[in-house]
Design a protein around this ligand. Structure first.
Ligand code: ANZ
Ligand code: ZN
Length: 853
């Protein structure tokens, strides 16, 4: 074969590898393990460039580690439950299972074309009963541990279709995607997982994750949102409320308590109507209803005015004895803290604005060092300072004061120190079909009874109508009505299915023992492979997926199923794949590149100039590049090389056809180089006595090994590694010792170093030079330090700035010695004969220049 033809090379090796089981995960043995994992895809039907990048990165790592002597687990699967399948069912009458499995088949084929070293024997599909059986089993583990419970909670309710909507199905105006009805909030009994029990551990253990990007750890820590402060109680005055009734608040600033001039309840707070006076009742009712229709985002948005009204009720500030009004306001969230806050306008920006808008008193109780707090405030003073106007606490710093107020409140029984997390329990109920049914039966006598293990999985009934109205499962009388597993009384199945984030919170554990039909996984196998040594995926999963997976891992550890409490030792969040977009910035409209002259981009309708950007590939911006045509034109190896070469993995990558072409040309050069070598016959080099050319080439070879190995150590700088390969290929091209054994060593090394990136061509070339075992089973070449040593250098001889020859000198020669060597050289002698040397300019390692008269 003389020409590089990726199509035939790739198809051939993909088939050979599959037949020989090359990528099957090795059994436990003495080699160290390496678990390389990509975030598994949702089977939408087509691979996009983001997938290709993600899996190429993981694959290069997996292949490298295999050559470096690890036994590697590199699996793949499908995050296959979820709304799109159900929408397809509603829109096109195709069953979600059928739609999903078709998509999986298509995408698996596409993945196989990319030549990933995936162990397909361990493929998992979350919508398959042999997977969700164990999802249900794990749910019951949570249930038994008291970590799954039911609570009434608000859902998006479509009053026309009589169905619950996911947030994605509600548009910006709060209308149903399907019926267009104004979505209401409705209270339903729903299942929650008690992730808040693990808030502290999830936060603390971020410290263990030294292999994670700081940015992701910060996002997780903000999401968990730990606040240290106090719980304080404000007694309510009179009304029809019992005299011992109090409003509890959470505050991070107990040192400001003497500056509390009002308290505010969330409108939904159970005390709202009990503190409201008769005169205020109508207005309060109207306000509560209005706020109920707003989203949380609207309620807390920084730029929105905070709206509130007085209830007419009064409370007492127990630290000052003052009577203060009780208000309700939209910015107080019922779900956070106690759902009530103490208003300190002098020291909180939001309270300051609220007090000014509503004529509430502002009382300064914290003064900057050296001030007494008597100056009127232009804005809230939010820094720490010295307590003033605070009775017995006057003179204390904020830090001391916080503790003193907590101590006092504790002693007087009106509060205590408290740590508050923003993290809330995880609402997992979905009133949908295409998810794992929650394995619970509701019995009128026994309550919520777990489905016995022997009856798992609770399978999804297949014969279901998808109308988009009502929950498909709830309407199935035959399926819903069952005897109670505990007492036999007629009972009803839970009809909610689980949030699909549950499926993906443990799939990495299933891969360690994917075909086990007796257990969720064998503990020993999970312990052998966990934790994941390198996880690769998108930043969009920086919070929920990773947090939930960490939570599941910790719970399973506590249930004795694992020795590990963190699932992912190292995390790489790959950057986006971007491409050129053409946008009219005045109208906001995007145009397809095919309609635009890149030399002179103008709006075809208005003639206005268009702006050119690089943006994430998307259909709506007409800048998507479909991977398949690229594979067809250039082959998987070129696509992989381009992706790895174009940008470091964590940075955004700009698609560029010319650079794709460039990688194709590089592979062609390597192809020819090896072909020429295979046709020539090399004589073995004399290892003891290498020529200068041979020494130089060996240095280039081992420099490449060292550089590539270092670039791939930990940070995976594939781009610079590939540059080193190009240098090596150039050095081989230019080598003058092509008949030498050193050249053979160079060719072999180049193929080995190329193998993780461009696995097919590497395999073909490897066999082309007469090898019979797979390149991917070869050992990563070690660096020969001796080869790196430079023992001679080439010294340039100049006379009056003109080069008169070169000589080889020992690399260790100092300046005086260099001058000496130079003077005696043939080239110099010829031109300085009979002249006087005025000066010798010595540039170490490079040249000597003689100035003569
Ligand atoms: C009085 C105070 C004075 C506050 C002051 C702050 C500064 P983080 O850090 O987010 O935990 N707060 C408490 N519960 C709330 C709720 N349900 N809805 C809205 N706001 C709430 O914030 C804690 C602070 O947020 C608490 O401390 C409380 O205001 C407010 F100079 O109490 B602070
Ligand atoms: Zn029962």
């Amino acid at each position: 074969e003389s020409r590089y033809s990726p199509a035939s090379v790739e198809a051939k090796w993909q088939q050979t590898w599959a037949e020989s089981g090359l990528d099957r995960t090795p059994q436990k043995g003495d080699r160290p393990k390496f678990y390389a994992l990509s975030m598994f895809p949702y089977p939408s039907g087509n691979l996009h460039m983001g997938h290709v990048r993600n899996y190429t990165i993981t694959d290069a790592i997996a292949r490298l580690k295999r050559m470096q002597g690890y036994r590697v687990l590199h699996p793949m699967g499908w995050d296959a439950f979820g709304l799109p399948a159900e929408n397809a069912a509603i829109a096109r009458g195709i069953h979600p299972a059928k739609w999903t499995y078709q998509n999986i088949a298509q995408m698996r084929e596409q993945l196989q074309k990319l030549g990933f070293a995936i162990d397909w024997d361990r493929e998992v599909t979350t919508c398959s009963p042999d997977y969700y059986k164990w999802t249900q089993w794990i749910f019951l583990q949570f249930f038994q541990a008291g970590l799954a419970y039911q609570k009434e909670s608000a859902v998006n309710w479509d009053p026309i279709d009589q169905t619950v909507l996911a947030n994605e199905q509600v548009d910006n105006e709060g209308r149903s995607w399907r019926s267009g009805a104004k979505v209401e909030r409705k209270l339903l009994e729903q299942w929650f997982l008690k992730i808040t029990d693990y808030a502290e551990a999830l936060l603390d253990d971020l410290n263990k994750l030294s292999g994670w990007p700081d940015r992701v750890k910060l996002m997780q820590s903000n999401w968990i949102g730990k606040s240290v402060g106090a719980y304080l109680e404000f007694p309510i005055v009179g009304n029809d409320v019992g005299s011992d009734e109090k409003i509890g608040v959470f505050t991070t600033r107990p040192d400001t308590v003497c500056g509390v001039t009002y308290v505010v309840l969330a409108p939904e707070h159970p005390l709202t109507f009990r503190v409201t006076t008769a005169e205020r009742k109508d207005e309060v009712e109207a306000f509560v209803k209005e706020v109920g229709d707003q989203s949380e985002l609207d309620r807390t948005a920084e730029d929105k005015p905070k709206r509130g009204i007085p209830t007419g009720g009064m409370a007492i500030n127990p630290f000052t004895g003052d009577e203060i009004p009780i208000w309700i306001a939209d910015y107080v969230l019922y779900e956070y803290g106690t759902g009530a806050v103490m208003g300190v306008p002098a020291h909180d920006t939001r309270d300051f604005r609220f007090a000014r808008d509503n004529d509430l008193p502002i009382k300064v109780v914290i003064a900057p060092e050296g001030k007494d707090g008597s100056q009127p405030l232009e804005e809230a003073y939010t820094e720490p300072g010295i307590m003033v106007n605070s009775g017995q606490f006057d003179g204390k710093t904020s830090t001391e004061g916080k503790q003193a107020v907590i101590n006092y409140a504790t002693a007087e029984g009106m509060g205590k120190g408290r740590v508050q997390y923003r993290l809330r329990d995880w609402l997992i109920s979905r009133q949908r079909y295409w998810g794992a049914p929650i394995p619970v039966i509701h019995c009128p006598d026994c309550g919520a009874v777990p489905v016995p293990d022997a009856d798992l999985p609770v399978e999804l009934p297949e014969d279901v109508e998808f109308t988009g109205k009502g929950s498909p499962l709830a309407g199935l009388e035959n399926w819903v009505n069952v005897p109670c597993p505990s007492c036999g009384t007629p009972a009803k199945r839970e009809t909610d299915t689980m949030d699909t984030f549950i499926d993906s919170s443990w799939y990495f554990l299933r891969y360690t023992d994917a075909n086990n039909d007796r257990r969720v996984f064998e503990v020993a196998k999970a312990n052998d492979w966990m934790s994941v040594d390198q996880y690769v995926g998108g930043i969009e999963h920086a919070i929920l997926h990773l947090l939930y997976s960490r939570f599941f891992t910790k719970v399973l550890r506590d249930r004795g199923l694992l020795n590990y409490d963190e699932p992912f030792a190292r995390l790489l969040t790959q950057g986006m794949v971007q491409a050129t977009t053409y946008k009219n910035v005045t109208t906001g409209q995007y145009f397809a590149p095919s309609d635009i002259d890149p030399e002179d981009p103008t709006d075809p309708e208005t003639g206005e100039p268009l702006s050119v950007f690089f943006e994430k590939m998307s259909k709506s911006k007409y800048n998507g590049v479909d991977p398949l045509p690229v594979l067809e034109k250039y082959g998987a190896d070129t696509a992989r090389m381009f992706i790895l070469f174009k940008a470091p993995p964590e940075k955004d990558l700009e698609w560029d056809d010319a650079d794709v072409e460039g990688q194709f040309r590089f592979l062609n050069r390597v192809w020819r180089l090896v072909a020429d070598f295979a046709n020539a016959d090399a004589s073995p080099a004399n290892a003891d006595k290498l020529t200068k050319d041979e020494k130089d080439l060996r240095r280039a070879i081992h420099t490449a090994i060292r550089e590539v190995s270092e670039d791939l150590q930990g940070d995976y700088q594939f781009n610079t590694a590939i540059s080193e390969l190009m240098k090596l290929s150039n050095a081989l091209n230019d080598a003058k010792c092509k008949a030498s054994g050193v050249y053979a060593e160079g060719v072999e090394t180049l193929i080995k170093l190329l193998a993780p990136f461009a696995p097919h061509i590497a395999e073909e070339l490897w066999h082309g030079i007469g090898e019979t075992e797979s390149i991917h089973l070869q050992t990563w070449p070690p660096v020969d330090e001796k080869a790196l040593v430079v023992d001679e250098i080439t010294l340039v001889i100049q006379v009056m700035g003109k080069t008169r020859g070169t000589i080889q000198v020992p690399a260790s020669a100092d300046k005086t010695a260099l001058e000496e060597y130079a003077r005696e050289s043939e080239g110099a002698q010829k031109y300085i004969a009979g002249k006087e040397i005025k000066k010798a300019i010595v540039v170490p390692n490079k040249l000597v220049n003689f100035v003569v008269v």
